[in-house]
Design a protein around this ligand. Structure first.
Ligand SMILES: [Zn+2]
Length: 189
């Protein structure tokens, strides 16, 4: 078991495009295992390799709830072949601890990728947390971040300022009502 350090914004590696995986060997397996250890320890539903300082096209996801059996998924060299519909939902990111705001994503996606053995696979995802998590993580592999696409830039900037990712002061005029968040629909990836 090896839990790795999660790179936080504005670490430069989060903005770098990643390299394709060409060797499906034991060092890849070890890296993926370390990524799972890291993601589970951080209570995330997804993690992309750049978030642990590795500029390669690997992402992992597990959308299982707290009391469910684990559902680990590995996507190597993933590409979105087709997307349709749209959905808006709250998103977080392990590289921005504590920050949540609404992001618009495609609802349905078809993704091609390779599994841990290098075998070509395809997955057809109809909406929900898995669809959102895959899109969030594929963005990471392209150096894109959820702060590039908030529904409301103002809300996102307030969140970023509140958690120390942007300079500035926030004066709160009213007590904040806690957000009604359905944990199962919350992506923290
Ligand atoms: Zn993220």
């Amino acid at each position: 078991m090896a839990s790795l350090e999660i790179r936080q914004y504005p670490d430069e590696i989060l903005r770098q495009p990643t390299k394709k995986i060409t060797k499906f060997d034991t060092s890849l397996r070890k890296l993926v295992q370390d990524m799972f250890d890291t993601m589970y320890q951080a209570d995330g539903v997804g993690l992309a390799a750049p978030q642990i300082g590795v500029s390669k096209q690997i992402l992992i996801i597990d959308t299982a709830g707290e009391n469910e059996a684990k559902r680990p998924m590995v996507f190597i060299n993933p590409r979105i072949l087709n997307s349709s519909g749209e959905m808006i939902g709250l998103e977080g990111c392990l590289s921005f601890p504590g920050v949540f705001f609404e992001v618009k994503r495609a609802e349905n996606i078809i993704v091609k990728f390779q599994n841990i053995n290098g075998k070509d696979q395809k997955i057809d995802v109809k909406g929900g947390l898995l669809s959102r998590a895959i899109q969030h993580e594929i963005d990471h592999l392209e150096g894109a971040l959820f702060i590039d696409k908030p529904i409301s830039k103002l809300s996102a900037d307030l969140e970023l300022t509140k958690h120390g990712f942007l300079d500035g002061d926030i004066i709160e005029c009213e007590p904040q009502t806690p957000l009604a968040i359905n944990a199962n629909e919350l992506v923290n990836a």
